[in-house]
Write a protein that binds this ligand. Sequence first.
Ligand SMILES: [Zn+2]
Length: 279
Amino acid sequence: MEGTEGRGARLARLLGVLRCPLCQAALAPGERSVCCPSGHSFDVARQGYLSLTTGAAPGANADSAPMVAARAAFLEAGHYAPLSSALARLAGELAPPGATLLDAGGGTGHHLARSLDALPDALGITLDLSKHALRRAARAHPRMGAATGDIWRGLPVRDGAVDLLLNVFAPRNGPEFRRVLAPGGALLVVTPGPRHLAELRAAQGLLSIDQDKDERLRRTLAEHFEQRHVASLEFPLRLTTEEASALVAMGPNAHHTTTAPPAAGTVTASFQLSVHRPR
Ligand SMILES: [Zn+2]
């Protein structure tokens, strides 16, 4: 069990990476909150995550409780374990000792936790818009912290504070990713491969994978990053009807109405993993 001292030490280490989203100053711990010298104050939720978004509450773009619960159950069942392992292996190669890892749009912290397992002294931070996801991320690993953050509006993270930035099926902000990465840092991006969930898509009439997405990703990041390495990862998923339904409910297809629940069967998981270095 992690004691109060452990939590305090973790918060202090986290605050060495994060910054005030309003004035960019350093943050110091307070009573159930953190604050900057200008008096901007941000809550530490009872569930352990920091609320560092400002202005209107993030609602429309944040994953709902049912979407997060579906994703958590699916990931905990181990279906994407080969992806987590591939990420952890790359993290082990890319991150220096004592590294700081940031998962931008990291959801429940599932993949980041596996990477932290592979890096004994590393600190991990999950940023996401969904408080439902962050409640889980805050307890996903003893060396992981969690904070609300809007990838589009700018990351509440200090310049050059991150050694390895993970971005798994999440929005990308090239200039911000470049700003928060240390000079020798790396960006590790996962996007769906062309055959991802092909069988499920065909049967359910789901949104198809954008074939131009890989090219678009390269263009989006090319101004700020140089792509160094690309790998494909494909493996079969053996799914029950419930799991297939959960998979449909996990992603952007959650908003896409289907007529009947998907059938049990084998479905292809297909990913592109790419490593980018700051220019
Ligand atoms: Zn401030």
